[in-house]
Design a protein around this ligand. Structure first.
Ligand code: 4NP
Length: 157
């Protein structure tokens, strides 16, 4: 069967989207669905290419038994042809992804959405950027992503 491919996207690809990617991987593993998916994350910006996720986010995730292993990369034109779903963390990411898509020759087949469209418990319409804030911001991002990432999986299964 053809795999479903999912790309989570934020600005730097070191805080929110690597966390969303790891939460999604942990969820599909628990449900025995790992073989049905290709999962990745990327940033709209290029500053952190090749870096591990922010250590504050990795530590907060480890407390929940979630391992964030990804290395940062920047979204590319090819992603629009390779992923079924591209999920933005906030409105600015969403607009930047749409702009990039509109500048590419290929129309692409990816469905581009905001991850918070799939929220049910938390009311946040965007995943707040925790980078310049305190420790608690990282836990909050994980809380709201656990809710919306779960909602996304339910929406496609
Ligand atoms: P992210 O957070 O988009 O969730 O990875 C950020 C990481 C780095 C920066 C901004 C946001 N930065 O300005 O370097």
């Amino acid at each position: 069967m053809k795999k479903i491919s999912v790309l989570f996207v934020c600005l730097g690809n070191i805080c929110r989207s690597p966390a969303a990617e790891a939460i999604f991987m942990s969820l599909i593993e628990k449900k025995g669905l790992t073989d049905g998916f290709i999962v990745d994350s990327a940033g709209t910006g290029s500053w952190h290419i090749g870096k591990k996720a922010d250590s504050r986010m990795r530590t907060a995730a480890e407390r929940r038994d979630i391992n964030i292993l990804s290395r940062a990369r920047q979204i590319t034109n090819k992603d629009f042809d390779e992923f079924n779903y591209i999920l933005a963390m906030d409105d600015s990411n969403f607009r930047n992804i749409q702009d990039l898509k509109n500048r590419t020759a290929s129309a692409g087949f990816a469905s581009i959405k905001k991850i918070q469209d799939f929220r049910s418990v938390f009311n946040e319409q965007e995943v707040p950027d925790p980078y310049f804030g305190g420790e608690e911001g990282f836990d909050y991002v994980l809380d709201i992503l656990e809710d919306s990432v779960n909602g996304f999986l339910e929406s496609i299964s």
